[in-house]
Design a protein around this ligand. Sequence first.
Ligand SMILES: O=P(O)(O)OC[C@H]1O[C@H](O[C@H]2O[C@H](CO)[C@@H](O)[C@H](O)[C@H]2O)[C@H](O)[C@@H](O)[C@@H]1O
Ligand SMILES: O=c1ccn([C@@H]2O[C@H](COP(=O)(O)OP(=O)(O)O)[C@@H](O)[C@H]2O)c(=O)[nH]1
Length: 723
Amino acid sequence: MSRLLLVSNRLPVTVKADKDGVSVVRSAGGLATGLRGPHERSGGLWIGWPGDVSRLTPQQRASVEAQLAELRCVPLYLSASEVSRFYEGYSNRTLWPLCHYLIDRIPEQERDWDVYRKVNERFADLVARHYQPGDTIWVHDYQLMLVPAFLRARLPQARIGFFFHIPFPSSEIFRTLPHRADLVRGLLGADLIGFHTITYVRHFSSTLMRLLGLETVVDRVAYDGREVRLGAFPMGIDAQAFENLAKEPAVLEEVRTHREKSSELRLLLGVDRLDYTKGIPRRLLAVQRLLEREPTWRGRLRFVQVAVPSRTAVADYAAYRDKVDELVGRINGLYGSVHNVPVHYLYRSFNERQLTALYRAADVMFVTPIRDGMNLVAKEFCAARPDEDGVLVLSEFAGAADEMGDAVMVNPYDVEGMADALEAALEMPEEERRTRMRNLRARVKEYDVHWWVRSFLDELQATPTPPPRVEPAGAEEALAQLREAQCLLLLIDYDGTLVPFAPKPELASPDAELLDLLQRLASRRDTRVHIVSGRPRETLEAWFGGLPLGLHAEHGLWSRPAPGAPWTSQEGVTTDWKNLVRPVLEAFAARVPGAFVEEKSGSLAWHYRQVDPVFGARQARELRLHLGEVFAHGPLEVLPGDKVVEVRARGVNKGRVVALVTQDMSPGTRVVAIGDDRTDEDLFAALPEGSLAIHAGGKDTRARYRVKGPPEVRRLLSSLLVG
Ligand SMILES: O=P(O)(O)OC[C@H]1O[C@H](O[C@H]2O[C@H](CO)[C@@H](O)[C@H](O)[C@H]2O)[C@H](O)[C@@H](O)[C@@H]1O
Ligand SMILES: O=c1ccn([C@@H]2O[C@H](COP(=O)(O)OP(=O)(O)O)[C@@H](O)[C@H]2O)c(=O)[nH]1
């Protein structure tokens, strides 16, 4: 097993200082438990924040470090300002509410991004310092979204996984963030990105498409010359540990005490961090509503709500606490008696043993977050019920709902509906309770935290380590090569290479500066220039007819090799198929707003640059599939391009231009091709030995040289004219 470097905002430990000194105790949480085995077995490290240690003396600090080292934990200390701006700030005032669909809670003017970025970079630096070749790195959660890309820049060969523990929201929500693209690019530094549910994966994929134009094919995205995999890995719990605890005599004794204290009462339970995503107010209102409309339940219900203090320095959390306090007071005031109150509200943290006793004693577990990445409490409740009794009421907006279909599902925004569900749970016949719980337990036990860790790491290990990458060299080197050549023959694509894409093809006409550049290039000593484009010949003629250039239209179907020469077409190309294909493309254009059909003499193109990106990509896939099925053996080929599906006669491609233009080439001529998309790869492939291919953009390419896009292409060509 390769060494595992785990990276999370918090280390899985708690530092406690008291009069006897300072101690570092392992946390009991799911992540800590699940990863303990692989962490120890692999001899790896866990890198993260040990919490606030600012009040420790230097000796205490030294003792903490020694204890952390023993646990193979590497601390990353956050300054007070970093805690406030990185952790409480950007992570918990912006990303947390955003991912839980609560954009109204985000500061109106974005704050703390710079510190978020800086701390992420510090994490990456620390990881890189400890990295040894062969290590596997696993980064966790929204606080560290930029770490994978920072790591990729430092360790191009490393195997990096990332797991996102909270919901990944709809792209409509995510794209409201000013730094949306930076965050997504940050994640794409990983080889594998995991989420709890398929829905989050889907949201992430459409975000990639909308923000970066990247298409996910099944579970893979090509990015920056690598392949990034996406997957759903629903996190589980240490089910066996909860089951064992639930059978311990001391715990059973505690269960009896809870039950005796409420022998006449039915026990409802809620266990959450006091977080505004957990839906506690409406849950309380549902209890109130039940008591209000069904007087027979008054005095017969005891609702224990555990609320663990969390992120107390964030104002929204303090306000939420006030709201919950007030509601509890109101309900108890209304429905309490001298002997009893309906709501027992406990603002503190419990250990696993105490929680298990509560889980096992409860009649109904009430889990109603308005959004939750997973919600492990729901799973712990089931694991703690070897008696196969108890009813789980679960929000359909918790990630756990995807797997726990035997729970009583509720919409946490619907108070009346939750009151109904609560009543149904309280009155559920024993047989139904047992059947549901048996099914829930089977799932929770099989897909536990060990399964989660295994399945994520297996998938991560299966990702091929990128072969040492021969990154195409940049503009400087390409220019040196060009300058060395005696004679130059330049074959240059137009759209995406000399000019950026425009919403409509006719809008991307050449500007005066470009025309001047081409004119001067073509007049350069021993230099010939050809434009090799997918555009119709009429357009090229109209734009460049007056310049001393060779022109090649429709991917080489038509050529005018020298100024003044007639246009000739490739022989033996049929176009009868166009009459059959045209209606299909038109039908797709009619049902996809923004799409349109372009007709050229030897091809038809279905453009979708102005279509909603996700819908457009889906329709383009469907169109290609349809054309493939219907015209599989026809004399045509279907070519996916940049926001275009092009159908052209088989055998026509830019590669054929090479033979045509090199036949009368003087000896010592260097052929140079520059292009940005799939069709230019045909050109590159056909170049004679010793030629130079330059890719303009970030796509995968066979070219040896890479420049960023049209501005850099122009700069490169202009540089040829000086000196
Ligand atoms: O570190 P804190 O700010 O104190 O917050 C505690 C953790 O809360 C979040 O938990 C999430 O992860 C759970 C496990 O995957 C999931 O069940 C739950 O739905 C999530 O909300 C947070 O993601 C962690 O980073 C925090 O440490
Ligand atoms: O008093 C408490 C209440 C909760 N928990 C633990 O906190 C975790 C909460 O995880 P969950 O996924 O439900 O929500 P999160 O707090 O991560 O958003 C669970 O493992 C609980 O056992 C705890 O240790 N003590």
